[in-house]
Ligand binder design. Structure first.
Ligand code: CUA
Length: 342
């Protein structure tokens, strides 16, 4: 091959590489990593991507060069020369991909092993998923609807589900893990950046799937310790707009522990779910069903399919909710709903 041709090929390769690199670098493809695990995953991703951009540049250059250089001349109807193999080329295009794919496999294996390692003393948090809410239980036995994590500490989530398959995802943490009924899976997170991040169910799990969202809050260690200690003793704060006093616990139950607030609008609790009937109109609903208010509320929790509000479907609530509520929790909820409804 002449020197001029080689230079042309090299120039084309550089141009193609520039285009590939610009697409990779100028578009923000990934959220900023907020955990050690995400940082390693991003590294693996970019490691493979830069290899791909290099291969793209070489292939595109050879393709463009051949299209221009070997285009058929006008009036030339002859066949091209017969070519039978090229041993050097074949060895090269076998050996080079072998090395590259092996390198990606090694990097991935190291990252997987590191990301699964929770260290000696991880903070273990139980994550329970159900249609359509998340519940996070800490070592002190307290449960919350929002996930709070201390910065720079290994956290081991133990995920399970009460009904169907859900999937835990915080984009800034880079990992997804399914929550499967009857099984417990682990996910290690080591947060590196203080902040609030969306926590999303990323497995289609029913009508309220798109509402099955929460927040992961990464706190400085001291702030987290303070919160953790106080959350054990102090009662949950009363909800905005009423329901104070003895109702506080029931309101918290409605909003965080149970699934009520994820699916139902109830102004005194400040929830806006649209999967199930609006609970602001409970009195009218009870009248329509021809039952006393409290009986109606209790039946709706214990046996949701017994009476279905017109416009809503059977089986949605009975198939998903309330099985884990104790009878005293149901009493609390009935009282709370009956007292706070207009
Ligand atoms: Cu739970 Cu989608």
């Amino acid at each position: 091959m002449r020197r001029g041709s080689l230079l042309q090929l090299l120039l084309l390769t550089l141009i193609a590489f520039g285009i590939g690199a610009a697409v990779a670098l100028l578009i923000p493809w990934m959220p900023n990593a907020a955990s050690k695990e995400a940082g390693r995953i991003w590294f693996t991703y970019w490691f493979a991507t830069w290899i791909c951009i290099g291969i793209f540049a070489i292939v595109a250059a050879v393709l463009v060069y051949s299209l221009i250089k070997f285009r058929v001349r006008e009036g030339d109807l002859s066949d091209g020369p017969p070519v039978h193999g090229h041993t050097t080329l074949e060895i090269a295009w076998t050996a080079v991909p072998f090395v590259l794919v092996t390198a990606i496999a090694i990097v991935s294996a190291i990252v997987l092993a590191q990301n699964g390692n929770a260290g000696r003393d991880p903070l273990v948090i139980k994550v329970e998923a159900q249609q359509f809410a998340w519940q996070f239980t800490y070592p002190n036995g307290k449960s919350f609807g929002v996930l709070r994590l201390p910065k720079d500490r290994h956290v081991k989530l133990r995920l399970t589900s009460y009904d169907v398959i859900h999937s835990f995802w915080v984009p800034q943490f880079g990992q997804k893990q399914d929550a499967v009924p009857g099984q417990t899976f682990s996910l290690v997170i080591t947060p590196t950046k203080v902040g609030s991040y969306p926590l999303i169910c990323t497995e289609l799990c029913g009508l309220g799937h798109s509402l099955m969202r929460s927040t992961a809050i990464v706190m400085p260690v001291a702030g987290y310790e303070r919160w953790y200690r106080s959350s054990g003793a102090a009662p949950p704060p009363p909800p905005a707009g009423g329901g104070g006093g003895g109702n506080a616990a029931a309101a918290a139950l409605f909003k965080t522990t149970g699934t009520c607030g994820a699916c139902h609008t109830f102004t005194p609790a400040g929830t806006t779910g649209k999967v199930g009937p609006n609970l602001d109109h409970l009195k009218e609903a009870a009248a329509k069903a021809g039952m006393p208010l409290e009986d109606y509320v209790r039946q709706s929790i214990e046996d949701p399919d017994a009476y279905i509000t017109p416009g809503f479907a059977k089986g949605v609530m009975s198939g998903s909710c309330c099985k884990q509520l104790s009878s005293s929790q149901i009493d609390q909820l009935v009282m709370y709903l009956a007292e706070n409804t207009k």
